[in-house]
Design a binder for this molecule. Structure first.
Ligand SMILES: Cc1cc2nc3c(=O)[nH]c(=O)nc-3n(C[C@H](O)[C@H](O)[C@H](O)COP(=O)(O)OP(=O)(O)OC[C@H]3O[C@@H](n4cnc5c(N)ncnc54)[C@H](O)[C@@H]3O)c2cc1C
Length: 459
């Protein structure tokens, strides 16, 4: 079922009577299954006896994206291409601005379906397409469990304020997507692609992009890998997740955030797989769904409603006030961005976390908190710290450049949190220190874990 609240008409046009196909402009949800926007396109096409075409605009030099991100994404597009072909759907991959590629193909479409993003630039692309197209443009929200406007109509204060709103309605949305097969194959359509996805690595080498950050071996992109990871998680890791998820050296989390970021997997199918598995205690399943639905969708709420959500100025007033009152405090250590990127601080735990990030594109959640808090402690000003943290986050993490990136970096600077005991540099912002890590976790095991994953990258 596709709930009506996931669907939004972006313009008022009538269906083009002589349209040759229904077009799905794929952007946020880069998958050929578990995708409500694609499903809507298939149902529309079957109703009107038309084939389905999916398009993707591949841009050189996408803002903040580098070779690491592109490699992961192309693996996912290759999986899409194979699955679309098996389902009789045409997949058109062209070089260019995504909205321009979609507009060009819309001229022969009966209707266009698109997915939804919460990042302003991407929202503008969809609005621009809806204004320029001469057929209906319909947006289907398929990257969240509870549609963001159903969950709330404003920027929420904290997890505790959005949680009851999500819990009140989530049963309605935590249901499997019934999938329909296209009835009219798209084989005969005269539509050319600019790229061949049979060899994603070769395709990668032809693009004009930032090559300063290399692809990783630790994570292969795409839906096939995502489903393997989900199965591993549910079968082997979910039991004990509530307690184990915080231990930095354990692999007791799903590692699915990069796949969520690129839309290779749907949060609904992840939540259902955990909820219905019967594996682990109730608190294990509940804890996973809390992170995946409540915490993740709080980030979507922030990106959607907070003005300037990617900037320091969007932090709560109390947080900016206390940080500014302590901006002149003496810092025991100050590191610039180059020193941080060289993993060369006096703090071995921080250096380990940074090595995990730089070399493998990932970092454990608890270490991400510690990592960002220390950048605040060691930067000349809180604004510098915020900007550096966000830039590094988006440069190295495969799951960077996501609503979760902005909300979580901001959390380390007081967003969605409360005031704590006042101290130097941090003011009333929550503080973390190495003693806490040493007391709670096996940090030697974390060093050994990072050594092993970095060595595997360099092999
Ligand atoms: C400073 C900082 C920066 C972060 N940057 C990012 C980022 O760029 N991209 C990103 O996706 N996440 C980010 N996070 C959130 C979190 O660390 C990751 O989502 C999580 O570590 C991903 O690992 P996993 O998929 O194994 O998580 P699991 O424990 O398996 O959780 C399942 C899913 O729930 C969501 N989730 C888990 N923890 C959180 C959380 N604290 N807040 C919101 N959603 C959560 C993620 O989508 C995750 O994939 C950041 C956290 C901090 C403190």
């Amino acid at each position: 079922m596709i709930q009506n609240t996931r669907i939004q008409n972006l313009n008022d046009h009538e269906r083009r009577a002589d349209g040759a196909y229904v077009l799905y402009w794929m952007q946020e949800s880069q998958r050929a299954r578990g995708n409500a926007a694609l499903e809507m396109a298939i149902r529309g096409a079957n109703k009107y006896g038309l084939p389905v075409v999916v398009c993707f605009g591949l841009m050189d030099g996408y803002p903040e994206a580098n070779e690491r991100h592109y490699a992961f994404m192309l693996d996912g597009l290759a999986d899409c291409a194979a699955e679309f072909q098996a389902r009789g759907i045409a997949f058109v991959l062209r070089r260019g601005m995504p909205g321009d590629v979609a507009l060009e193909l819309s001229h022969k479409a009966a209707a266009v379906i698109c997915d939804r993003s919460y990042i302003p630039a991407q929202r503008e692309w969809r609005t621009a397409l809806a204004e320029a197209a001469t057929c209906p443009v319909v947006q289907v929200e398929t990257e969240v469990v509870v549609p963001v406007d159903v969950a709330s109509d404003k920027s929420e204060y904290a997890a505790r304020t959005i949680r009851p709103r999500i819990h009140r309605v989530w049963d309605e949305y935590l249901v499997p997507l019934d999938e329909t097969e296209p009835e009219m194959p798209a084989d005969g359509l005269p539509l050319e692609s600019d790229f061949d996805l049979s060899d994603p690595a070769a395709l990668l080498s032809t693009l004009d992009l930032d090559r300063s950050v290399k692809p990783v071996k630790r994570f292969r992109g795409g839906r096939v890998a995502a489903l393997e990871m989900l199965n591993r998680f549910v079968d082997d890791v979910l039991d004990g997740y509530a307690k184990g998820r915080n231990e930095p050296s354990s692999a007791q989390t799903s590692f699915l955030s990069p796949y969520l970021h690129f839309g290779h997997i749907s949060p609904v199918e992840m939540a259902l797989a955990a909820r219905d598995s019967g594996i682990g205690a109730t608190e294990d399943r509940g804890s996973f769904i809390e992170e995946l639905v409540v915490r993740r969708e709080l980030a979507m709420n922030y990106a959607n409603f907070a003005i300037g959500f990617e900037t320091y100025d969007a932090l709560p007033d109390w947080a900016r006030k206390t940080l500014s009152e302590h901006a002149g405090d003496e810092r025991e250590y100050v590191y610039d961005r180059a020193a941080l990127e060289a993993c060369g601080t006096h703090d071995a735990h921080w250096n380990d976390a940074m090595r995990e990030m730089v070399h493998t594109g990932f970092m454990h959640n608890y270490m991400r908190m510690y990592w960002a808090k220390k950048i605040l402690e060691w930067s000349a000003t809180p604004e510098d710290a915020f900007n550096t943290t966000l830039a590094l986050n988006n440069k190295y993490f495969l799951d960077g450049r996501d609503p979760n990136s902005y909300a979580n970096v901001a959390w380390c600077f007081g967003l969605h949190d409360r005031a704590w005991t006042e101290r130097q540099v941090f003011g009333k912002i929550r503080y973390m220190n190495a003693n806490g890590l040493n007391r709670k976790f096996d940090m030697e095991a974390y060093t050994a874990f990072v050594d092993s994953v970095v060595k595997a990258e360099q092999a």
